[in-house]
Ligand binder design. Structure first.
Ligand SMILES: CCCCCCC/C=C/C(=O)SCCNC(=O)CCNC(=O)[C@H](O)C(C)(C)COP(=O)(O)OP(=O)(O)OC[C@H]1O[C@@H](n2cnc3c(N)ncnc32)[C@H](O)[C@@H]1OP(=O)(O)O
Ligand SMILES: NC(=O)C1=CN([C@@H]2O[C@H](COP(=O)(O)OP(=O)(O)OC[C@H]3O[C@@H](n4cnc5c(N)ncnc54)[C@H](OP(=O)(O)O)[C@@H]3O)[C@@H](O)[C@H]2O)C=CC1
Length: 300
């Protein structure tokens, strides 16, 4: 990625500092490029410093914004407190926090032990809470009303449950509720959630090959007929930090191609490629009903 072409105005975040957790790969890396291309100074947080160094070097090739990098496991309370203090010492301010770091291991519920459950809940709920609390307490609460500030929590499109993702789904549901409560307690700081569906991100490479193959074939079940792109999430994250979203708080924006709307009762899409849809908008007795009645009659 040599340069990021954003749809937003190139000086949108000039003079602002934005913290992106998980900025070393996938959606976080893409978001870092997008925000930097819009003039934001960045603080990138992740466990592996080498990944953050690479993204910092990539951004340095394309724009002159300030980028600081911070090795921190967001599950470690003391480390999070120290990291936010470090960011403030370097940048002097935090206008927006994008709580993107997260992840899980796929496993059926019956095989998850207490340590594994705890690991994933800490990664996708406690860690985001700690980051948000520290950014709010150390900076935002002292600057309320002076400028538009926001916190955006990445969750995941796991509505109605997802086999293999029980621990993560429970944590993400918690993160959504945390976002809603924080939007009440911390106003006028805007607190929102973004729920990506299946995104073809580098994060997908962490899954075993058979699962990746299954995910690649999910495009047929998604109404928009494809997986999402990292940039389609980063665009929404940039929007939520921008003045265009100044009256949006306590919300969750889904970025999922309408995947949860397709309940797999019948095929998705309209027009000739969808035999079920065709069968009942032409008037008369739909073909499916005729077939059902014929089958029933045959069974008598
Ligand atoms: C079904 C479709 C799936 C699509 C989902 C779509 C939505 C979501 C998409 C994404 O999230 S994309 C992002 C992808 N990236 C990741 O998910 C990150 C990959 N995972 C990790 O980095 C790590 O697994 C972790 C979750 C951060 C945990 O790492 P950590 O180093 O902290 O823990 P470990 O020491 O490895 O393990 C601790 C503990 O957890 C249990 N455990 C770990 N792995 C497994 C496993 N594969 N199966 C069962 N249990 C596991 C276990 O109790 C570990 O303790 P020990 O046994 O090692 O003592
Ligand atoms: N791709 C998808 O389809 C979807 C992704 N999501 C979520 O979006 C977010 C980004 O995912 P994606 O870019 O795809 O995947 P990645 O695995 O590429 O990104 C996750 C990032 O989070 C960092 N991270 C993970 N755990 C911690 C931790 N404990 N402390 C600090 N940093 C951590 C990782 O860096 P490091 O290893 O250096 O710590 C990594 O850079 C995640 O929360 C993911 O669960 C949600 C729905 C769908």
């Amino acid at each position: 990625m040599n340069s990021f072409q954003s749809v937003f105005r190139s000086d949108l975040f000039q003079g602002q500092t934005i913290v992106v957790t998980g900025g070393g790969s996938g959606i976080g890396r893409c978001t870092a490029h997008e925000l930097a291309s819009l003039g934001a100074d960045l603080a990138l947080v992740g466990r592996k410093i080498e990944k953050l160094e690479t993204v910092k070097a990539e951004i340095a090739q394309t724009c002159g914004v300030k980028v600081s990098i911070h090795s921190c496991d967001i599950r470690e309370e003391e480390k999070v407190t120290a990291t936010v203090a470090e960011i403030l010492a370097e940048h002097g301010k935090i206008d927006h926090l994008i709580n993107n770091a997260g992840g899980q291991f796929p496993s059926p519920l019956s095989s998850i032990n207490a340590k594994g459950w705890e690991t994933v809940v800490r990664n996708n709920l406690t860690g985001g809470f700690l980051m948000a609390r520290e950014v709010f307490n150390q900076y935002m609460v002292k600057n309320l009303g002076k400028t538009d500030m926001s916190i955006t929590n990445i969750i995941a499109d796991m509505w109605n449950g997802m086999p293999g993702m029980g621990h993560s789904g429970a944590a993400r549901a918690g993160m959504l509720n945390f976002s809603e409560t924080a939007s009440l307690e911390w106003a006028p700081v805007r607190v929102n959630a973004v729920a990506p569906g299946f995104i073809a991100s580098s994060g997908m490479d962490t899954y075993p090959e058979p699962m990746k193959q299954t995910i690649m074939q999910l495009d047929k079940t998604i109404p928009l007929q494809r997986l999402g792109l990292e940039a389609e999430v980063s665009g929404v994250l940039a929007f939520l930090c921008s003045p265009a979203a100044s009256f949006i708080s306590g919300s969750c924006i889904r970025v999922d191609g309408a995947a949860p709307n397709a309940r797999r009762i019948w095929p998705v899409g309209t027009g000739k490629q969808n035999p079920v849809f065709n069968s009942f908008h032409l008037g008369g007795v739909p073909e499916v009903i005729q077939r059902r009645d014929a089958e029933r009659a045959g069974k008598k």
